[in-house]
Design a protein. Structure first.
Length: 442
């Protein structure tokens, strides 16, 4: 059975993301003392005393939003309310009842969803006297909490569970392919996610930096579970401002770390920049599968893929395994090829080679190229073993690991790829001398 969905709704800056993080027990949503920090709806699964549910954090609800981005935030909130089984209507005890709270209450009432009125920022028992004024919202008994100081969380969760239909504990979900969508600001990451899903799951706006949190979206693709991770744009280090932008950049790095495959979007009109290469360096160092997506291909003046591939080969020599697609997130051109390619790379990352095949590769490598030496000592490879997957990892037992030169390591990697492919993913090669092996066994 699906998990029930609980949406946290309220006007801007009443502490929705702070409550979201407190209930999860970790900092998933960015919290900043600025209205409008959250613009997308953020989902996360939560288990409490054997009860499983999905918690949703939303942007601040404005009854009459003005600028286009606020109207899009309102659309996201409306979708969250429509999809929810229970609404947590959050208000601020310090501010009292504001006209915006009355208008929000009317919006929630029209949705006809079960609702718990939660009065936040009741930091001390003395402040509980301020709670009674919220009865005028006519949304039931107000529940005092302090998300920041962790007051009232048990009572809140007891009320949440008591308000939801009885459900059996959810079965463990299978591991899913995790795909991070990364790139500089305003290259089309959120638009690509929406195009893949066929719906406006995240807010898309011409303003650079619209996405601030990482947004996980899980869905079924051809019978298999996939999680797409939309991320904030990564600027050059010297251009990252304090606060929200610093958190966004760190969340993007974390998203790369927990992904299996990273999709880097590059603007076909602007061309490949130093920052694009910097982000590719993040992906490479994290040992993740990689796809280079040349986006906005419909707007490119010169549509010559061979010229672009020459640029890729010249600038991305440190990632010769990277896969490249030419797409348009706006028109949908080439987007249908992304998930099958990511799935193929994921399968490559899970491959295991037979020991006999590795022995053959090592033997042919030694015949094809003389191994490096220092003085009279020459490198000798005795045996190769695959020691891990995701990424594929290989350990080579040698006479002296200090004799391994980078060029010979790359030669062995190319030999493995020549036999076995492993397109789109880095290979981790580790060299151990005989003395190191004996010491480890002792």
């Amino acid at each position: 059975m699906p998990r029930p969905v609980v949406a946290i709704i309220g006007r801007p800056n009443v502490g929705k993301s702070t409550l979201f993080n407190r209930l999860l027990g970790r900092r998933k949503a960015i919290v900043e003392d600025l209205p409008g920090t959250t613009v997308d709806r953020i989902h996360s699964d939560l288990s409490w005393e054997g009860h499983d549910l999905t918690l949703v954090d939303c942007g601040g609800l404005e009854a009459r939003p003005g600028e286009s981005i606020r109207r899009k935030v309102r659309d996201q909130v409306d979708k969250a309310v429509a999809e929810s089984d229970l609404v947590l209507f959050l208000v601020d005890a310090r501010d009292g009842v504001l006209p915006a709270d009355q208008e929000t209450a009317d919006i929630i009432r029209r949705a006809r969803k079960p609702t718990i009125l939660v009065v936040n920022k009741v930091d001390t028992p003395r402040q509980e006297a301020q709670v009674a004024q919220f009865y005028e919202l006519a949304m039931g008994d107000p529940l005092p909490v302090s998300a920041y100081h962790d007051r009232g969380m048990v009572e809140l969760m007891q009320k949440v569970v008591g308000s939801l239909p009885a459900l059996e504990p959810a079965a463990p979900e299978p591991e899913s392919l995790k795909i991070a969508i990364v790139g500089r600001p305003n290259v089309g990451k959120s638009l690509l996610l929406n195009t893949i899903l066929g719906e406006e799951r995240v807010v898309v706006d011409e303003t650079a930096g619209t996405t601030r949190d990482t947004i996980d979206t899980s869905f079924q693709h051809k019978g298999e579970r996939v999680t797409l991770i939309d991320t904030a744009g990564i600027r050059r280090r010297g251009r990252i401002d304090a606060g929200i932008e610093r958190y966004s950049s760190q969340r993007t790095s974390d998203a790369i770390e927990r992904s299996d495959v990273a999709l880097l979007l590059v603007d076909a009109v602007e061309g490949m920049t130093a920052q694009d290469l910097h982000i590719l360096g993040y992906i490479h160092k994290a040992w993740k599968g990689a796809v280079l997506l040349i986006n906005k291909w419909d707007l490119a003046e010169v549509k010559d893929t061979s010229l672009w591939m020459e640029v890729v080969r010249r600038k991305i020599r440190f990632m010769p395994y990277i896969e490249t697609l030419f797409i348009s997130a706006r028109t949908g051109q080439g987007v249908e090829r992304i998930l099958p390619l990511a799935r193929k790379i994921y399968q490559e990352r899970l491959r295991r080679l037979e020991p006999a095949l590795l022995d053959t590769i090592v033997m042919e490598a030694e015949e094809a190229k003389q191994s490096p030496k220092q003085g009279r000592r020459r490198l000798k490879v005795y045996r190769a073993t695959q020691t891990g997957t995701n990424p594929p990892s290989f350990t080579f037992l040698v006479n002296d690991a200090r004799l391994v030169h980078f060029s010979y390591q790359r030669f062995l990697e190319n030999k493995i790829r020549q036999y076995c492919g492993f397109g789109g993913t880095p290979l981790r090669l580790v060299f151990k001398g005989k003395a190191e092996k004996k010491k480890g066994e002792g």
